[in-house]
Design a protein around this ligand. Structure first.
Ligand code: SF4
Ligand code: SF4
Length: 157
């Protein structure tokens, strides 16, 4: 079993290229993902919520504002900025909704980016490999999935 944040500080580009040649790899991803989720405790990590912002799409903003009983404009002014890509992102990190116990205080209505992160059960995990490589630097779930692929298909990382 890999230790978090110790192994993927180098370029994974060639490894991801090799993964894409594996027949049936997309069907296997949810299985690897589930095993990784069972092995890793997000509540003892929260690296994503502490160091990176999700995008807040229009539907996210509507849902979260309603939950917080705030006008959407107030919610935006209070918590969000627009980044260089034109997306709404958090004004500050760690995320304002991360509790001291690492629980998300808006869990049921959290942004879709948060629900999907780290995308290891989705095609985009391999299709947007540059992002996945970046996520591998800090996310133990991504590291665990990569390790499983490496072991199952005898691929050297
Ligand atoms: S998704 Fe990854 S980075 Fe985020 S809390 Fe879970 S293990 Fe940590
Ligand atoms: S909304 Fe919740 S899950 Fe998303 S970054 Fe903030 S604390 Fe983490």
């Amino acid at each position: 079993m890999l230790k978090a944040n110790t192994l993927f500080s180098f370029d994974l580009k060639s490894f991801f290229k090799k993964i894409l040649t594996i027949k049936g790899i997309y069907q296997q991803l949810p299985i690897f993902h589930e095993k990784a989720e069972q092995a890793v405790n997000c509540l003892s990590c929260a690296s994503c919520c502490k160091n990176y912002s999700p995008r807040f799409k229009t539907t996210d903003i509507k849902r979260i504002s309603k939950f917080l009983k705030l006008k959407e404009s107030v919610f935006i002014n209070q918590y969000l900025n627009i980044d260089l890509e034109g997306d709404y992102v958090l004004q500050k990190l760690p995320c304002a909704f991360l509790g001291t116990d690492n629980y998300c205080q808006i869990y049921d209505v959290r942004p879709s980016d948060c629900k999907r992160f780290p995308y290891t059960n989705e095609d985009v995990f391999l299709k947007r490999s540059q992002i996945s490589q970046k996520n591998a630097e800090f996310c133990p779930i991504v590291q665990h999935v990569i390790q499983q692929i490496s072991e199952n298909y005898s691929l050297k990382i």
